[in-house]
Design a protein around this ligand. Structure first.
Ligand code: AMP
Length: 269
């Protein structure tokens, strides 16, 4: 049994498109936590890269034989040649690397992901987060456990959002996101009021460039190959795991809240 006030960090896991966001919203409200999403962080850096106006063939920077990027200094040199007045190169460099993998529907390598994650996790004092989309590999899971034990914190709960591959494909194709405040909609299941703009901030909604059938299938393969083993690593340390249904017959805020809390409440004192 866990005391409600002892829940400092929660991991939310599930296939990309399983319906994690509405469950995360519930956890953020119920436990007073902040969402920390590696996918959103990467998208922000990709935004910085796109905004820089750099034009070039991203594949040219990746060494397929050794499965790694060429040295940062060479990539930076190429960026500087095109954009001599660029003020901050790091976000553009990170965005370039993230974009290369996201475009392929592949995971960003562990080293880059862990580095970025720990930067954001430490900014919040290692406490008070709902982790979304991290950890996604056994190496990331181990990195997280080490980071927590080195900073006197831990993961108190894992919430797995469950959904079938077929439904995920149908849902993801219709997903729309607000590029500004990151709110997530669906053309059929959760449209915005006018179907075009974000209800919260009025920005025009967009489809994620990685929300195509081919990319979704790639991400499902990554889930079975890497995320499931990552969850095993965490579960073995005794972190409690609950599974919540990602597909509800009647999708209302209250139904989502209840479906999440019904699973968690038996664990609470
Ligand atoms: P998401 O929005 O969580 O589906 O993430 C979008 C993309 O960002 C993924 O398909 C990956 O390319 C990348 N990404 C996000 N989180 C991670 C992670 N923990 N490890 C590796 N790549 C990630």
């Amino acid at each position: 049994m866990v005391n409600r006030s002892d829940i400092h960090n929660i991991i939310v896991a599930g296939k990309s498109g399983a319906g994690k966001q509405p469950r995360i919203d519930v956890l953020v409200n119920e436990f007073g936590l902040t969402q920390l999403s590696t996918g959103n962080i990467f998208r922000e850096y990709v935004g910085a890269f796109d905004a820089s106006g750099f034009k070039g063939d991203l594949e040219g920077f990746f060494d397929e034989i050794n499965d790694t990027f060429i040295k940062d200094e060479y990539i930076e040199k190429a960026i500087r040649e095109q954009l001599p007045d660029l003020e901050h190169i790091r976000p553009v460099l990170l965005g370039l690397k993230a974009k290369y993998f996201m475009n392929l529907g592949r995971f960003v390598p562990d080293r880059t992901t862990n580095e970025l994650f720990s930067e954001y996790f430490s900014k919040g004092g290692y406490k008070g987060f709902v982790l979304d989309g991290y950890p996604r590999t056994p190496e990331q899971a181990q990195f997280l456990l080490d980071l927590c034990s080195g900073n006197d914190t831990g993961m108190d709960l894992i919430v797995v959002v469950n959904n079938s591959d077929k439904l995920i494909i149908d849902r993801t194709i219709g997903r729309r996101i607000c590029p500004s405040c990151k709110k997530v909609y669906h053309v059929e299941f959760k449209p915005s009021a006018d179907g075009i703009h974000c209800d919260e901030c009025g920005t025009e909604l967009v489809q994620r460039s990685d929300d195509t059938v081919e990319r979704i299938q790639m991400r499902l393969v990554e889930f079975y190959d890497k995320v499931i083993p990552a969850l095993d690593v965490l579960e073995k340390t005794g972190i409690p795991v609950v599974t919540v249904e990602g597909n509800l017959e009647v999708f209302t805020e209250e139904n989502v809240r209840r479906s999440v809390m019904e699973q968690i409440e038996p664990l609470l004192e």
